[in-house]
Ligand binder design. Structure first.
Ligand code: MEV
Length: 443
């Protein structure tokens, strides 16, 4: 194998992507000194998720990384009960969401709504004379002239954009102009934005296709040059919102509510706290996103950009006191997600997660995700404003430590975990000590 993809190398040397599964593993075995035991985890594929499936999803595949999948309970969203699959490696998250949902359930649960699946595709147009250092776009009149040409051809451009898609439609086209704010100061550009209703799909592929479809026509009618043609992941026309009331009796009365409002004040007003606060609520949103096969990177990028919408990065949730003195929480985030297309129709685990949710429309998934986000945030700031999160966290973490130290059966794991927590020393060494002691006593 040509490890460095060196072109000068022998033509007979296979590139990594040309190797079959066995050859890829053999190559890694030599390169990283892996043992046969190491390689075993790349050889046992579950039914319905064999190597070929993985290899069709991504390039240079060797295996997969399992992430635990659990069910968050107690959720009532718009008066409907849900069992919510979440894929996440972090302990406490699912328990915290379920507990928060139970408390929200006392006052009826979560009220949520989501916009239609409106996305934006962007095409960047620059002046063709740019190369000769004659930037015609420096001239406002020229930019206005070009914009007029585009608008006069709007119907035709939309027709071209829609020519290859049956269900997803570009419904509008709008134009903006921007100027380079970077150190290069290369001047003005015109940005053509396709407004596309992607329905039940996330839409990235269809949006990119539409942008690429209209680019040649744009160049033809404007005699300008297209550079980029790509969706925008800042999906602000596709917002989801949710609200829930958490009764004060369940959170330490008015003192408890007040402490949580202090936690919110901190997150709203300070970026260092806001990032952690938002990370916590994304634990919930990403957990559902991972279980249902969403593009988590797109969701994250958009959410954090939205958190900075007023020029300062702030909390994505809002917390305040109701007239009755209860705690009210709200969340609003952009959510570009899909239940058709992408891996949703090929990934067997994702298909079953969607079945567990019993949803028919992508909007419903958005409602679920924002509700879990709000629940997660409530659980975190409630614990942080009260006893802190480590106590609960450590209980679960201690089980992992016990297993790492060599504990095998459930009873032993429980005994060791509670001892570790009791002694406030959740370390592998301590766990090993306890195991030794148990073994000694048994003999
Ligand atoms: C941990 O994954 C998430 C928290 O740090 C969130 C927060 O601080 O609000 C507990």
């Amino acid at each position: 194998v040509d490890k460095n993809n060196n072109k000068k190398n022998d033509k007979n040397v296979k590139k990594f992507y040309e190797l079959d599964h066995h050859e890829r593993l053999e190559f890694l075995k030599k390169d990283a000194h892996l043992t046969d035991q190491d390689l075993k985890i790349f050889q046992d594929f579950p039914k319905n998720f064999e190597f070929n499936k993985v290899n069709n999803m991504i390039e240079n595949a060797i295996g997969f990384v399992p992430i635990p999948l659990g069910i968050a309970t107690n959720f009532i969203i718009n008066r409907r009960k849900y069992l919510i699959p979440m894929a996440i490696e972090e302990p406490s998250v699912i328990a915290a969401a379920s507990k928060a949902a139970k408390i929200a359930g006392i006052k009826g649960g979560f009220l949520a709504e989501a916009d239609n699946s409106i996305m934006i595709g962007q095409i960047q147009l620059i002046s063709r004379d740019k190369r000769n250092d004659k930037d015609k776009f420096l001239d406002k009149e020229e930019r206005e002239r070009i914009k007029k040409i585009i608008l006069n051809n709007k119907e035709k451009l939309l027709e071209i954009a829609n020519s290859k898609s049956r269900s997803v439609h570009a419904i509008d086209l709008q134009i903006r102009e921007i100027s380079d704010e970077s150190i290069n100061k290369i001047g003005y550009m015109i940005i053509i934005e396709l407004i596309i209703d992607t329905k039940d799909a996330m839409g990235a592929n269809v949006i990119n296709t539409m942008c690429e479809l209209i680019a040649p026509e744009l160049e033809k009618i404007t005699k300008c040059t297209v550079i980029l043609k790509i969706l925008s992941n800042y999906s602000t026309k596709r917002m989801a919102r949710c609200k829930a009331i958490f009764p004060k009796e369940m959170i330490g009365g008015s003192k408890g509510v007040e402490r949580i409002l202090y936690a919110f004040a901190f997150a709203y007003s300070d970026i260092y706290r806001a990032v952690t606060h938002n990370k916590g609520l994304m634990n919930g949103i990403d957990g559902v996103a991972m279980a249902t096969g969403q593009d988590v990177r797109a969701i994250e990028a958009s959410a954090h950009a939205y958190a900075s919408k007023d020029g300062k990065y702030r909390s994505l949730t809002k917390w305040y006191k109701s007239k009755e003195g209860d705690l009210v929480g709200e969340i609003e985030i952009p959510l570009a997600i899909g239940i058709v297309g992408g891996i949703t129709s090929v990934h067997p685990y994702v298909k079953i997660s969607l079945k567990i949710l019993k949803i028919k429309k992508v909007k419903e998934l958005a409602l679920i995700m924002v509700a879990v986000g709000l629940a997660q945030n409530f659980a975190a700031i409630r614990a942080l404003a009260d006893e802190g999160i480590q106590k609960g966290h450590m209980k679960l973490h201690a089980r992992n430590i016990a297993i790492t130290a060599g504990a095998t059966d459930d009873e032993q794991i429980n005994i060791i975990a509670s001892k570790l927590v009791q002694e406030n020393n959740v370390t592998v060494n301590k766990a090993k000590e306890i195991i030794e002691l148990i073994n000694k006593n048994e003999n």
